[in-house]
Write a protein that binds this ligand. Structure first.
Ligand code: PLP
Length: 482
């Protein structure tokens, strides 16, 4: 190990409990100078720095440090792909060993030990009837592959999805996910056939009823059964359903046990394959190895892994499936960069780390801080619609008022910006009305608690002079996508 890498690691360890500090306006002068140099060469989207007004110099512990010396508590964790903060030494060592032995290699063509060991391990930890695995480079490609598997295995054409989900940004998936028409689709529908969408179960806001919830989220399955399957498509045209066990990008919605029971019964009745997109929720993010383990009796045919599955190593995603779906398939899902030995070794080390203990317990502690400490501290703020968390996947939804619950996307962006000024780098998107925190699974509770206090402060600042919202949600989304 080089002197530089060991000194970087020591610095990271000592920063583990350090709290953030913002010492310049944002962006600071050094960040601004770099933007001015780079922007003429960037796409319009990448030259817009209003949401992340900083240039990262390095990560230390649970902090992102920018080139101006500001530090921010990292509540993005690379959108969940950096589950342990800066890649820990044991994971890096496993990755480097495999790299030294194999370099770049296409494991789907030339079998090797790290790839075989990872498959065996995944089969050991996989829930239910899942025994087989295929790999991919990204979550997007894993979802695309799952759709192919479902169609091949069932011989049926359609995939049922739930509105507000996010599965990636390929043309097919932006259509399939129907997350919104914002900047992933340039405000245009994608016109891709073969996807049927019903709303994602939502206990806070219902497309069927007005006024404050909580609503019975099974209502969406009544709509599916009594309208969609009667008026639009026959259930035997559906190959399978694609669902996030907890809606991630769509705002951390957590379905009820009754929803899963009824969905499972429908799937069984009509022969639908059940594919859980756990790209965002897997490997401890929601306090269990797989988020589906938060409920009883979910019996998937396919589970998709990504993000934290790579353990902060190299890009890798996986499709876990049953014998029935995967044993006889001849589908090729190849990619030149498809699961390198080093990526497999890091993923395996990541599973070891979670199984060694402590990680899931920490995630549950973060969930309690968010729900039991932060939520009550916001109870008197009218624009705070709901506070939700499933493990270390947490969201605050903002509304214009407590009566109509109409969304407040500008309020949300203003909260993000106020939080940044206080040293919290959370997850925001324009045109969305929930603000998210997605820290590393290993963030110390006191660092998380401190960030929550800063976020409460930020919300109070914005609530004191709320921004004027556009008249409709569509206008807000269109506005922000420009
Ligand atoms: C649930 C879900 N599925 C799929 C994807 C796409 O994964 P990737 O960005 O690795 O292509 C994401 C990414 O955020 C996701 O949250």
């Amino acid at each position: 190990m080089s002197a530089i890498s060991s000194s970087v690691r020591e610095a990271a360890d000592s920063a583990e409990h350090e709290l953030p500090r913002v010492v310049t306006e944002l962006p600071g002068p050094a960040s601004r100078a770099l933007f001015e140099r780079m922007d003429p060469h960037m796409t319009g989207a990448n030259a817009d720095h209003t949401l992340v007004p900083l240039v990262e110099a390095r990560k230390r512990g649970h902090l992102v440090e920018d080139v101006d010396g500001n530090t921010f508590a990292d509540h993005m964790s690379a959108w969940g792909a950096s589950p342990f903060g800066p890649t820990p030494g044991d994971i890096r060592a496993a990755m480097v060993d495999a790299w030294d032995a194999h370099g770049m290699q296409i494991s789907g063509w030339v079998p090797n030990l790290p790839a075989l060991q990872l498959s065996e391990r995944l089969a050991q930890i996989a829930p239910g009837r899942l025994t087989r695995v295929e790999y991919s480079v990204t979550g997007t490609l894993a979802v695309e592959a799952a759709v192919k598997f479902m169609r091949e295995s069932s011989g049926r054409p359609l995939v049922l999805t739930f509105g507000g989900q996010y599965h990636g940004e390929s043309t097919y998936l932006t259509a399939g996910a129907s997350s919104d028409l914002s900047n992933v689709t340039s405000m245009r529908a994608q016109y891709v056939a073969g996807v049927v969408t019903v709303p994602y179960p939502n206990r806070f806001r219902s497309p069927f009823l007005n006024g404050p919830g909580p609503f019975d989220d099974v209502a969406v399955l009544d709509y599916l059964e009594n309208y969609v399957l009667v008026q639009q498509i026959h259930p035997e045209q559906i190959a399978g359903l694609l669902i996030e066990p907890v809606l991630g990008e769509g705002g951390v919605h957590i379905p009820s046990q009754a929803f899963w029971d009824r969905l499972g019964a429908l799937a069984k009745r009509w022969g639908w394959l059940v594919c859980l997109d756990e790209v965002q929720t897997c490997m401890g993010r929601c306090g269990e190895m797989f988020a589906m383990q938060r409920w009883e009796g979910i019996d998937p045919d396919l589970i998709l892994l990504g993000k934290a599955f790579a353990a902060g190593g190299q890009p890798i995603a996986a499709i876990l499936g049953t014998d029935e779906v995967l044993e006889r398939t001849q589908l090729h899902l190849g990619s030149t960069y498809g699961f390198t030995p080093a990526a497999c070794a890091a993923a395996l080390a990541g599973i070891d780390k979670i199984e060694a203990g402590g990680v899931l317990e920490n995630v549950r502690a973060l969930e309690s801080i968010f729900l039991d400490e932060l939520a009550p501290a916001l109870a008197d703020i009218e624009q705070v619609g709901e506070v939700r968390a499933a493990g270390a996947l947490a969201a605050i939804e903002f509304v214009r008022d407590g009566e109509t619950l109409r969304p407040a996307p500008r309020f949300q962006v203003a909260v993000h910006q106020a939080a940044l000024r206080r040293g919290v780098l959370g997850i925001t998107q324009r045109g969305k009305w929930h603000y998210r925190l997605q820290p590393a699974l290993t963030m110390p509770p006191e660092v998380f608690r401190d960030s929550c206090e800063r976020v409460v402060d930020a919300i109070r600042e914005v609530a004191a002079a709320p921004p004027v919202e556009r008249p409709t949600v569509l206008e807000s989304v269109a506005d922000e996508a420009r």
